[in-house]
Write a protein that binds this ligand. Structure first.
Ligand code: IPM
Ligand code: MG
Length: 355
């Protein structure tokens, strides 16, 4: 028996709804596999601001540090748009959480589910066979450089140390070893000094992985290649800002944002797991939100932070069955509410042969 002990941060907008569905599925996992759940729920983002706290309250950060496993819904929304800088839910909560927990490796998959291919805005031929992950550096670069406003204008400094590039490159090559053995490193080395350092260090790391093929692409070219020959990629390795942009683009290859989980990892088993979609305030509180990305994020958490492979696979199998059987929310053409999808998947987890 394992105690699945984690910090639960529902956050804003649809976060609490998709979060409740994921907790229900985790309850089912605990029941079927005889584990215990220990859920430490805390406020973050706009919900914390509304309670008179900072976007990342000290108790929230303390719980995240203690548990080392965090399941996060979403943060932010128009209600807090008037706030500036670190008072904003995203900047004041997500960025410091990434930095404080040293969550430097962000993984987002691009693998269209067969049941969703005809829902994507692109022709099926560009989606079929696509199966890559983006390994985005998450705690360095322009996001965390010195920034300011002076009498000349404003500036954001972009810095990378060799050590920062090396550790994310190692994560990418390790991942590629268990996949299709290919790393595509994306930079802007025809212009940026940080990108020239990036390329040199990635090549040094590649020398330790003779079986893994490495190629380099400039980020502007990559925006086209990703959509026109997505099948050629396996692990796409890139820096923080380019990764932010490319992962949104990659989600278009998946048919729907509502089904994509993500992990932000440190060394060891520390990780934060969240759907890649946002807080969707326009549909919050209506039971319309698709909980699949959050449920899959919970699966990634049990696999990567707790080493529970069978349990993660049970959740993924149930999500597959829901997608193939149309037991989904209206955005995917179904007629179930958020909690009904959670109930369906929880039932499937407990009794996989019944649907
Ligand atoms: C993401 C988001 C964040 C980022 C924002 C909300 C700060 O876009 O996780 O991709 O830019 O990293
Ligand atoms: Mg983004």
């Amino acid at each position: 028996m394992t105690t699945i002990s984690f910090t639960y941060l529902p956050g804003d907008g649809i976060g609490p709804e998709v979060g409740a569905a994921a907790l229900h599925v985790l309850d089912a996992i605990a029941e079927r596999f005889q584990h215990a759940l220990d859920v430490d729920e805390h406020l973050i983002g706009g919900a914390a601001i509304d309670a008179g706290l900072k976007p990342l309250p000290a108790e929230t950060l303390g719980s995240c540090r203690r548990s080392g496993a965090i399941l996060l819904g979403a943060v932010g929304g128009p209600k807090w748009d008037h706030l500036k800088g670190a008072d904003r839910p995203e900047l004041g909560a997500l960025l410091p959480l990434r930095k404080e927990l040293n969550l430097y490796a962000n993984i987002r998959p691009a693998k269209p589910h067969p049941a969703l291919i005809d829902k994507a805005p692109l022709k099926a031929e560009y989606l079929e066979g696509v199966d890559f992950v983006v390994m985005r550096e998450l705690t360095g670069g322009i996001y965390f450089g010195k920034k300011g406003v002076d009498n000349l204008g404003a500036y954001d400094e972009c810095r990378y140390s060799e050590a920062e590039v090396r550790r994310i490159a190692i994560k990418a090559f390790d991942l590629a070893k268990g996949r299709k053995q290919k790393v595509t490193s994306v930079d802007k080395s025809n212009v940026l000094e940080t990108s020239r350092l990036w390329r040199r260090v990635v090549e040094e790391v590649a020398a330790d992985y003779p079986d893994v093929e490495l190629d380099h692409l400039l980020v502007d070219a990559m925006t086209m290649h990703m959509l026109t020959r997505g099948q050629d990629f396996d692990v796409v390795l890139t820096e923080n800002m380019f990764g932010d942009i490319l992962t949104d683009e990659a989600s278009v290859l998946c048919g729907s944002m509502g089904v994509i989980p993500s992990a932000s990892l440190s060394d060891g088993t520390t990780g934060l797991y969240e759907p890649i979609h946002g807080s969707a305030p326009d549909i919050a509180g209506q039971g319309k939100a698709n909980p699949l990305a959050m449920i899959l994020s919970a699966a990634w958490m049990v696999r990567l932070s707790f080493g529970l492979e069978k349990e993660a696979a049970a959740i993924e199998t149930a999500v597959d069955a829901a997608l193939y059987g149309g037991h989904v929310t209206a955005d995917l053409g179904g007629s179930l509410s958020t909690s009904e999808v959670g109930d369906w998947i929880a039932r499937h987890v407990k009794a996989p042969h019944v649907s």
